[in-house]
Design a protein around this ligand. Structure first.
Ligand SMILES: Cc1cc2nc3c(=O)[nH]c(=O)nc-3n(C[C@H](O)[C@H](O)[C@H](O)COP(=O)(O)OP(=O)(O)OC[C@H]3O[C@@H](n4cnc5c(N)ncnc54)[C@H](O)[C@@H]3O)c2cc1C
Length: 252
């Protein structure tokens, strides 16, 4: 069957940067002069001419907001952009989170908090009780320490060096919360080791769990196959996957 790709998803749309927020030494948030209809967990492909095109999760849809960690050439260039600079994007793309249950737990590490902040906003709006566990190496690396609280979530910070919140990993904290039996569904985004642990914990508690996964991608539309992971395409079948799909070889 031929899949019809909407033109809006296939061609980068120009827009401008309306606001730049420094979240930490390595992370900036960009508010764009654009709006889309999107679900939390979906992403956009940002294009910079003569540079590249890379995926970023939506932190907000109206206006479009992305939060970017400076890790290489593309994000280095993005971090140099200022208010009124031009930027192009395609999307929203991919499949987002599915809200289930009344009491939900969000577990985020690093810039993994980006799609979770969008999910928190929707979940609170839908009268879910939301707890967010945010993990980082140290205080200076925590992204969105206030954002989740301002949205109305209970927030627990976890740092590896103990400089803020609980000393330890976000997954250690999550495990303690899950043992109280007060959580119906878990949503996580962050480094691979963190997601593997989330998967183990949720599996052992028999909990509904969705993870946002990453893989280098090119087209973002399920055509080129470069983001294939365990027989699934992260851009088209994900980036959000339920535990069952993840366990079928996606987490290696
Ligand atoms: C669906 C999706 C959503 C994303 N959302 C965000 C977001 O909200 N904010 C954000 O900052 N980034 C996000 N990313 C990651 C971002 O697209 C990459 O980090 C991008 O490659 C950075 O480009 P670069 O040229 O700056 O660095 P690159 O040169 O591409 O990467 C620098 C280093 O980072 C590592 N790396 C980069 N990307 C990946 C990856 N996908 N998997 C494993 N290792 C990697 C590599 O080891 C590499 O050495 C997302 C990725 C995906 C697939």
């Amino acid at each position: 069957m031929i899949e019809v790709i909407p033109m809006k998803s296939a061609l980068p749309q120009p827009t401008k940067i309306a606001k730049v927020i420094e979240e930490s030494a390595q992370v900036k948030t960009f508010v764009l002069e654009a709006a889309v209809e999107a679900d939390p967990g979906q992403f956009i492909m940002v294009w910079l001419p003569r540079t590249d095109e890379k995926p970023f999760s939506l932190v907000n849809a109206d206006p479009v907001v992305i939060t970017v960690a400076r890790v290489g050439p593309f994000t280095e260039k993005l971090h140099r952009l200022r208010i009124d600079d031009r930027i192009w994007f395609r999307g929203p793309l991919g499949r987002g989170f599915e809200l289930r249950g009344k009491r939900i737990l969000l577990i985020g590490g690093g810039y993994g908090v980006a799609p979770l902040a969008f999910l928190a906003q929707r979940a609170v709006g839908a009268r879910r009780r939301v707890t967010a566990v945010i993990g980082a190496r140290s205080r200076a690396d925590i992204v969105f320490p206030q954002r989740f609280a301002e949205l109305g979530c209970s927030v627990v910070l976890a740092t590896e060096d103990g400089s803020a919140g609980v000393r330890g990993l976000a997954t250690d904290v999550a495990e303690l919360l899950l043992e109280r039996g007060e959580i119906d569904a878990v949503y996580a985004c962050g480094p691979k080791a963190m997601l593997n642990r989330v998967l183990e914990i949720c599996w052992s508690h028999g909990l509904f769990c969705q993870l946002s996964l990453e893989k280098y991608m090119r087209c973002g539309l399920g055509v080129c196959g470069s983001c294939q992971r365990g027989g699934m395409l992260v851009c088209r079948d994900g980036p959000v996957f339920a535990c069952s799909a993840c366990t079928a070889g996606m987490m290696q």
